[in-house]
Design a protein. Structure first.
Length: 344
């Protein structure tokens, strides 16, 4: 199967990831259950959908693995180490973070679980696509893996290294993303206002009526088939909305730099909530949204600094390349100052 590589960034995909990252930030503020239920089925699964949409089958496995190491594992290690240093001041031994990087086992040692899950999922998806002749086979194999993982979690419930069981479930959403991309013209109807409204209303009705308790990280899915249906409707509705919006600088920025937001939002939100409590603010919903807002603003600055001056942390350059680039910038700046002084 010939799956071409996507080179340019896709605006609506960045909007999708940005919207879901805001939901991730909000979820870590411990919002009321009535609010959480409205986004829980899709806000993580949509990231995997986006991964499937942008998935490309490189010519060799070596090229594929190199891209995933640079784009996922390098940020995972660097950002985990930074979190590990911060954790020392909170009484968490640094070796715990190191073990988390290596083991990546839910409920035990894990670090930036989503990146570990994404790496395992894309590795498995590569194998499925590589040995499949058509999209139907890819979808069937992905759903079989996901269904098997649901059964394993329900009957066994022992977390596996590198988020393996969650990665198998994520294959379902990755395959949807690829299917959407290969049949994009078929799904143009979701950009219609009436279609978006219908999907949103149907999705909300299911969430409210059935109150299905789902939390992907905690491996809690309630009624699994209902979770899949809700996730499907939620993703389609969000895709339609994002494709309708087309452009939004803030959401695009958050989506483009989502790794940084994911890595640091937990610690920042905890500090923010404690600070708001000390100044006398006690309203639960108010604290949640204010904490999410403050975290988004602060992390936007952090993301800008990292991507501009320390891109090796997120796998955009090597450490040596970054040092060389900053050295050249410094030299050019010095020459410009010298010219200005001579002119004066």
């Amino acid at each position: 199967m010939n799956i071409k590589r996507i080179i340019k960034r896709i605006e609506w995909i960045d909007l999708l990831k940005g919207s879901c990252m805001l939901a991730v930030i909000l979820s870590h503020t411990d919002p009321p259950e009535s609010i959480r239920l409205l986004y829980a089925p899709f806000f993580l699964s949509a990231f995997f959908f986006a991964s499937g949409y942008t998935f490309s089958l490189k010519k060799t496995f070596g090229n594929f693995l190199k891209a995933k190491i640079e784009g996922i594992l390098v940020p995972l290690v660097w950002l985990s180490l930074i979190n590990g240093v911060v954790g020392i001041f909170k009484g968490v031994p640094f070796y715990v973070r190191l073990l988390g990087i290596v083991i990546q086992r839910a409920g035990g040692y894990e670090s930036l679980w989503f990146l570990a899950c994404l790496f395992t999922c894309e590795f498995l998806f590569y194998i499925i696509v590589k040995f499949s002749n058509n999209l139907r086979t890819i979808l069937i194999c992905s759903h079989i893996c996901g269904g098997g993982a649901f059964v394993y979690i329900r009957l066994v419930g022992v977390a596996l290294p590198w988020q393996f069981e969650l990665a198998c479930i994520a294959l379902i959403f990755v395959s949807w993303g690829l299917a959407f991309r290969l049949n994009e013209n078929t799904f143009e109807f979701i950009e219609d206002n009436k279609a978006i409204l219908f999907l949103v209303v149907l999705y909300c009705l299911l969430c409210i009526l059935f109150n299905n308790d789902a939390n992907m990280h905690d491996e809690r899915f309630g009624i699994e088939i209902l979770y899949i249906i809700e996730a499907f409707l939620g993703i389609l509705a969000l895709v339609g909305i994002c494709r309708k919006i087309k452009k939004n600088k803030l959401l695009s920025f958050i989506g483009t730099h989502s790794i940084v937001y994911f890595a640091f939002q937990g610690q920042l939100i905890k500090v923010t909530k404690v600070t708001l409590g000390k100044v006398g603010l006690s309203h639960e919903v108010f604290i949640c949204f204010v904490s999410a807002f403050i975290a988004t603003v602060v992390l936007s600055v952090v993301a800008y600094v990292i991507y501009k001056y320390l891109p090796f942390i997120v796998g955009k350059e090597t450490l040596i390349e970054t040092k060389e680039r900053l050295k050249n910038i410094k030299m050019i700046g010095g020459r410009e100052r010298g010219k200005n002084e001579n002119l004066n």
